[in-house]
Design a binder for this molecule. Structure first.
Ligand code: MN
Length: 429
């Protein structure tokens, strides 16, 4: 990554004043991509967040202010843009950075154009940014895997022998990935109660969140064309926050021997803004030391983790939000590059828009656990949410993930990833 990339210079300011405040998630150094409707009856189009506004890229494209290989932004997904590859991602980003910079008069001094190009985020509807052909979820936090292993199996042998050799993952459901703000209905399913011989069919009684990030594949690989670990990051378009909603009681009964199924398949929520790898580059940091040294196909030199502060808040219906966990993406044992290299080493192909979840991101101490399963020790020690407690998520609860990279006087943020739980469908009989 180019350390002299002018689009990430900390001193850069925008003529969009709301982008220049220290706590905005969307300063000019960020420029994340999303898909939105400016009003309820308008067509979907691609935009970039800046301060509390959205830059309508379909307008810039039609006005001849962006040079792209073909029309890309009057679209209901980012896929066509993603498919163009990194040179186009970078040239569009450089052009947007120039157009939005405080010193560039083109839009700044053209009130009519400005009125067309800027849409207040408060009046827009955000849509799922990517058409997602496939969704894979990993399990790459050593702290999370250790905590879960201790709760469900044996505290003395919490980490299974394969965990330190393989970025463990499973193939999830792309069909049920939804954008932040979409309500999520509590699933029904089979639960095996400890005192009964057979399972019951019931609403999930142990509904949980999983604090994760996700990355989108922008440059796919063909069948039998594995992605080299050193080459993997250049294929990643960007990252989002991801809540991998989990039904722990369904999971405990169904997961042997093929892994989670209905416990995870009912919904996954992602944040609407895709933060690019170029925006994240200044926050690159070293991943935890890996011991044993991974097999050769999983090796890469240099730092491949990112310093991203992450938080989870839970708000009961009609109540105040309480922050219940704070952690950081940099704790992840396996990197995104290693995940993609491992995913494809067998010859598995990927497609433009494939989503890869990090796995629950837990840090080293109690307040940094990325799921209620860990925060409450499987429901045994409920967490305080200010006047009430939670063992697991209740109907009407709103769970919000947020995350940002802290720069000198600015933040490169992800915004929010939120969802409210609706009661389960009634069970007949
Ligand atoms: Mn997960």
């Amino acid at each position: 990554m180019n350390p002299d990339d002018p689009t990430v210079a900390p001193s850069l300011k925008s003529w969009v004043e709301s982008a220049n405040t220290a706590d905005s998630h969307f300063p000019i150094q960020n420029l994340p991509y999303g898909v939105f409707k400016p009003s309820a009856d308008a067509a979907a189009r691609v935009g970039v967040a800046i301060g509390d506004q959205i830059v309508d890229l379909s307008y810039l494209e039609q006005a001849g202010l962006l040079r792209t290989p073909r029309p890309l932004f009057s679209a209901s997904s980012l896929n066509a843009f993603m498919a163009c590859g990194r040179d186009t991602w970078r040239s569009v980003r450089a052009r947007l950075s120039t157009l939005l910079a405080a010193g560039t008069a083109t839009l700044r001094d053209d009130a009519a154009a400005r009125a067309r190009v800027l849409v207040p985020q408060a009046s827009a509807t955000m849509l799922l940014p990517v058409e997602i052909p496939g969704y894979t979820d990993f399990y790459s936090s050593k702290e999370h895997a250790t905590n879960v292993g201790a709760l469900f199996r044996d505290p003395k042998n919490a980490l299974l022998p394969n965990w330190l050799e393989i970025p463990i993952g499973y193939n999830g459901r792309a069909s049920s990935v939804v954008v932040s703000g979409t309500p999520v209905r509590r699933p029904n399913g089979q639960i095996k109660l400890p005192n009964q011989e057979r399972p019951v069919f019931s609403p999930c009684l142990k509904l949980d969140f999983e604090l994760e990030t996700g990355f989108f594949v922008g440059v796919p690989n063909g069948m039998a064309e594995p992605v080299a670990c050193a080459d993997a990051e250049s294929r990643i378009f960007g990252m989002v926050l991801l809540n991998d909603w989990s039904a722990r009681d369904l999971q405990a009964w169904e997961y042997v021997p093929l892994g989670p199924f209905n416990a995870k398949g009912f919904a996954t929520t992602i944040s609407p803004w895709v933060v690019t790898m170029d925006a994240l580059a200044p926050f690159r940091t070293r991943q935890p030391r890996q011991d044993p040294e991974p097999l050769a196909y999983l090796r890469h030199d240099g730092p491949h983790a990112f310093d991203i502060h992450l938080e989870v808040a839970l708000r009961p219906q009609g109540g105040e939000a309480a922050t219940i966990a704070r952690t950081n993406f940099k704790y992840m044992y396996w990197t995104m590059a290693q995940q993609l290299a491992h995913h494809t080493v067998s010859g598995c192909n990927t497609r433009v828009g494939d989503l890869m979840g990090s796995g629950t991101i837990s840090g080293p101490d109690q307040g940094s656990y990325g799921s209620l399963l860990e925060l409450t020790a499987n429901g045994k020690q409920p967490v305080d949410i200010g006047g009430a407690t939670r063992a697991f998520i209740e109907d009407g609860d709103e769970v919000t993930l947020t995350g940002w990279c802290q720069g000198q006087g600015y933040r490169v943020g992800f915004g929010q990833c939120t969802g409210t739980i609706l009661p389960a469908l009634p069970i007949a009989g």
